[in-house]
Design a binder for this molecule. Structure first.
Ligand code: C5P
Length: 312
């Protein structure tokens, strides 16, 4: 059943949030969101190799967990069960080349989780229905389902109920990565604290629509910037230097600026890097571009490896 000598490689592209409204706290403790997700070309590369032994993950970024808390591990456990196998997953080693900074609000862990679902469905020859994959993705994390299709999508509920949006013109994206990270849980906790102190307007009065009119709004930005003032300074710096939109991504700590021209993005990135900031330049990716980027490739294995099956 397992192609024992097979190796499957897959890219896991990141996201930014073009807008993010927090509408309130739900009975399940999560926050009700209206957000606009946008895929970007910045991606991790994951290589899954079938070889005897316990399931293991290696990563070139020490900040990335390699134990069962990694979404790759949790995704593997779900595909293993779906393949009708018992116990913990085994006989696969995973190598993650991490290019998406961790705790940055760029969805790196979630993107890797979906990459694992795709790659292991191929490696273990599991034909997962789209419905089952969606169900698994939603249990892995609130923003994980977005990474099944990528592109531009509005996310409501916990961020997991998605409405695909028409492609937008490609933009160059400058991403500044502060030296501190922010955990998603922490950022929402700060939003709770500040909302209870009534230092924020009542979020529930906000319109229940997210579209171009609220582009650039991120309701998590103020509570995070209140604890990390560098965030607000970076957003201002990107706007001053010509970004047509600048904001913190998701729960931070990364801040992005959108530029129509790559040359402008490169110039702004060089200036910020010269001042000591860690900066990346990438571009937005539409839905079809995402499908091409995120498709697994089989490096070694039997010719009949069913690349068209599963969720690829
Ligand atoms: O779903 P995920 O595990 O990625 O979420 C991490 C944490 O972020 C949750 O435990 C919760 O504290 C917070 N969160 C939230 N509301 C959301 C998404 C995440 O409160 N819509």
């Amino acid at each position: 059943m397992v192609a024992e000598w097979a190796t499957v490689r897959v890219k896991a592209p990141a996201k930014i949030n073009l807008a993010l409204q927090v509408l309130g706290v739900r009975p399940d403790g999560y926050h009700e969101l209206r957000t606009v997700f946008q895929s970007i070309a910045l991606a991790d590369t994951l290589t899954f190799r079938a070889e005897p032994g316990p399931f293991r993950i290696a990563c070139d970024d020490a900040a990335c967990p390699t134990d069962a808390t990694n979404l790759v591990w949790r995704a593997a456990a779900r595909v293993w069960t779906a393949a009708g196998r018992r116990g913990a997953p085994r006989d696969v080693s995973v190598k993650i080349v991490k290019r998406i900074p961790v705790q940055a609000g760029l969805g790196g862990g979630s993107a890797d989780g979906v990459a694992a679902l795709r790659a292991l469905a191929v490696l273990w020859r599991v034909n997962l229905t789209t419905r089952r994959v969606r169900r698994i993705a939603a249990t892995l994390g609130a923003d994980v389902p977005f990474f099944l299709d990528g592109g531009t999508a509005i996310g409501v509920g916990r961020g997991d109920v998605l409405m695909a949006q028409p492609d937008r013109p490609r933009a160059s994206v400058v991403i500044v990565i502060p030296r501190f990270g922010v955990s998603t849980r922490e950022a929402f906790g700060w939003w709770d604290e500040d909302a209870s102190l009534a230092t924020l307007p009542d979020q529930r009065d906000k319109p229940h629509r997210v579209d171009d009119r609220c582009g650039g709004v991120n309701d998590l930005e103020a509570p995070v910037a209140a604890r990390h003032p560098a965030i607000a300074r970076l957003v201002r710096a990107l706007r001053r230097r010509g970004a047509r939109q600048a904001a913190m991504s998701g729960s931070g700590s990364a801040v992005f600026g959108l530029f129509d021209r790559r040359t402008d993005a490169d110039q702004v990135a060089r200036r910020l890097a010269a001042r000591g900031w860690r900066v990346l330049v990438t571009s937005t990716v539409n839905r079809s571009g995402y499908a091409r980027l995120a498709r697994p490739t089989c490096l070694r294995g039997p010719r009949d490896l069913p690349m068209k099956e599963g969720i690829v």
